[in-house]
Design a protein around this ligand. Structure first.
Ligand SMILES: CCC1=C(C)/C(=C/C2=NC(=C\c3[nH]c(/C=C4\NC(=O)[C@H](C)[C@H]4CC)c(C)c3CCC(=O)O)/C(CCC(=O)O)=C2C)NC1=O
Length: 161
């Protein structure tokens, strides 16, 4: 796992240089949004299950997916879906705090598409649900913080598609 600081330092180190102005600008942007990101993470942690519940209601409930034959049908699969969405939100929150998406590649996306395909989990509906998580979260944390977390929920969506 990497974060915004180690990413910038590693790339300067590889070139054997002090941080140049673009590297410093990246750090400045990271530090200046630090308080915003920590506050958003606090709100998300306190409301995670409500966020997921509302996102599921907005995107998946009472569609073919939750009816017999749908991938969310039976409580076991319904619970697996809710759990997956909670993973996406929690790991996006970690990545937002780190200011770097590498944790998503390493712990979430690696092998996920293959797993979903082999289990018949519909990727399109999963992406819709992740987008609903993004909207519900933004409405709770405000639009600036919503954009910060949105970057990493979008990263997960694109990694799955
Ligand atoms: C922390 C990283 C991590 C991730 C991301 C993860 C995902 C993950 N989701 C799975 C299953 C699943 N995922 C879903 C999800 C859905 N089905 C739908 O129709 C919806 C659209 C969608 C929810 C949005 C379902 C229903 C299953 C169970 C499928 C089955 O067993 O038939 C499985 C197979 C094993 C299991 O059932 O637990 C994995 C590995 N596991 C991990 O450790």
């Amino acid at each position: 796992m990497q974060d915004a600081i180690t990413a910038v330092i590693n790339s300067s180190d590889v070139q054997g240089k002090y941080l140049d102005s673009s590297a410093l600008q990246k750090l400045r942007a990271y530090f200046s949004t630090g308080e915003l990101r920590v506050r958003a993470a606090t709100t998300i942690a306190a409301n995670a299950s409500a966020i997921i519940k509302e996102a599921v209601a907005k995107s998946l409930l009472y569609s073919d997916i939750t009816r017999p034959g749908g991938n969310m049908y039976t409580t076991r699969r319904y619970a697996a879906c809710i759990r997956d969405l909670d993973y996406y939100l929690r790991y996006a929150t970690y990545a937002m705090l780190a200011g770097d998406p590498s944790i998503l590649d390493e712990r979430v996306l690696n092998g996920l598409k293959e797993t979903y395909n082999s289990l018949g989990v519909p990727v399109g509906s999963t992406v819709q649900a992740i987008q609903a998580v993004k909207e519900v979260t933004a409405s709770l944390v405000g639009s600036d913080a919503g954009k910060e977390i949105g970057v990493y929920l979008d990263y997960t969506s694109s990694g799955l598609s």
